[in-house]
Design a protein around this ligand. Structure first.
Ligand code: ATP
Ligand code: MG
Length: 406
């Protein structure tokens, strides 16, 4: 098969391939971008594979950076774009079902394509538009089938992450596993335990965000892979309910975690441990906790002004975007407007600050100061006083003289 028209991203990178070829080596576009072009989808990263060894690539191109030279990857800098160029390689020694600790550079494209995970990820695209398809990936694309390259049992043994990658492709592409590939995942699912959580999490989040999440989660349950993912053991019932939610695609990691956590029937105080187990960042954890709290209030009694203030626009939008999964209406416009109408949006908007209070009351900073500021914040938000310096002093004098005298 030959493509008559290449997408802009490949056109732009053609001079790179031509230069590699002119130096006497082979160069191809490979990986997910070739698959995505064949599917008519937008592409994000252009990966180039070559028979040239890293040192040879560096001698062909004047400006390069060693980004992963031990894996054979050199970043080539060109005026418009930078390209990762990776030497054909085989991955010889796999230990403990994880990524190989040694790679061997080879001159053969076939060897390189053989180590790739699924047939639809194992195409190479030549500079003249020819698709190299050594494993009948084109037929699998046509039939929407995910088939391991070679013997699936061996391939999942070599690197068990491939099972999670497969599940996320089910969710992203709506493809089904070929029978032997699926059987092999069911048989080997426990190997996932050996894989670093960070790598599993990346794939799981992609699974949650896929267009065909329902299919992906169903297969995650059927293959039992969930049993070896953090904190999910024994939770197939809850995952099943989660898979049956309205099929709308999730759009952010935070949104996805909140919806999942709510369906696992966790409480706000369980979130930290759950997401720590998935090795999520503290920032993600905080955002999920806030959105989860917002969601519970919004579902049960609605937002107070103090809660709108605490959540801020971004989290309000996330909470609202989740309501349709509960057969409720997304009213982001209404509540963002309510948020905009709040008299203040941050402590810095208050007409007094810590220094003003210390000067006014002739007191050193301390616990009282933090409390006094909080009192002002709440009073202004609830409309008990206007946000004006004198009004705030008056308010504190009348209502909180005790706090200030102490
Ligand atoms: P995406 O579109 O999400 O980037 P991708 O298929 O390009 O998907 P990458 O992680 O960017 O995924 O990997 C690029 C290519 O490298 C894959 O298409 C596949 O050929 C190969 N690959 C990546 N990870 C593995 C793995 N664990 N085992 C075998 N081949 C892999
Ligand atoms: Mg990619």
């Amino acid at each position: 098969m030959k493509l008559t028209q290449l997408p802009r991203e490949f056109e732009q990178a053609l001079p790179i391939l031509k230069r590699i070829e002119a130096a006497g080596y082979e160069g191809y576009f490979v990986g997910g971008s070739v698959r995505d072009v064949l599917l008519g989808q937008a592409i994000h990263d252009v990966d180039i594979a070559t028979s040239a060894f890293p040192a040879e690539i560096k001698s062909i191109f004047p400006r390069t950076i060693d980004v992963g030279i031990e894996h054979g990857t050199v970043l080539v800098l060109s005026d418009e774009e930078n390209y990762e160029i990776t030497t054909f390689r085989t991955e010889s020694t796999y230990q403990d079902f994880r990524r190989p600790d040694q790679v061997e550079f080879v001159r053969s494209l076939e060897e390189d394509l053989k180590r790739r995970d699924f047939t639809i990820n194992a195409f190479a695209l030549r500079e003249d538009g020819t698709i190299v398809d050594l494993f009948n990936g084109l037929a699998d694309l046509e039939n929407k089938v995910l088939r391991a390259v070679g013997n699936p049992y061996e391939r999942f043994h070599e690197d068990a992450l491939r099972m999670m990658r497969g599940l996320r492709f089910v969710s992203q592409l709506g493809f089904a596993f070929e029978e032997r590939t699926k059987e092999s995942i069911i048989e080997n699912h426990a190997l996932l335990e050996k894989i670093s959580v960070e790598r599993v999490t990346i794939e799981f989040v992609k699974l949650l965000l896929g267009k065909n999440r329902k299919l992906g989660i169903e297969m995650f349950i059927e293959t039992k892979c969930f049993e070896y993912c953090p904190e999910l053991k024994g939770r197939s019932g809850q995952l099943r309910v989660f898979s049956e939610l309205p099929a709308m695609q999730l759009t952010s990691e935070v949104q996805a975690w909140v919806l999942l956590i709510d369906h696992l029937l966790l409480e706000e105080q369980d979130i930290r441990q759950f997401l720590k187990a998935w090795k999520c960042s503290n920032q993600t954890i905080r955002q999920v906790q806030q959105a989860f709290k917002g969601l519970q209030w919004r579902k049960e009694q609605g937002y107070s002004k103090a809660l709108l203030y605490e959540l801020q626009k971004e989290t309000i939008s996330i909470v609202e975007s989740l309501l349709p999964y509960y057969q409720l209406e997304d009213e982001a416009t209404l509540y963002i407007e309510a948020y905009n109408q709040l008299p203040i949006h941050a402590l810095a908007d208050l007409a007094v600050n810590g220094n003003d209070l210390m000067t006014h009351y002739q007191k050193k900073g301390g616990k009282w100061l933090k409390e006094a500021l909080e009192v002002c914040e709440t009073a202004v938000l609830n409309g008990e006083t206007v946000n004006d310096t004198q009004a705030l002093f008056d308010y504190l004098d009348t209502h909180f003289s005790q706090l200030i005298k102490e």
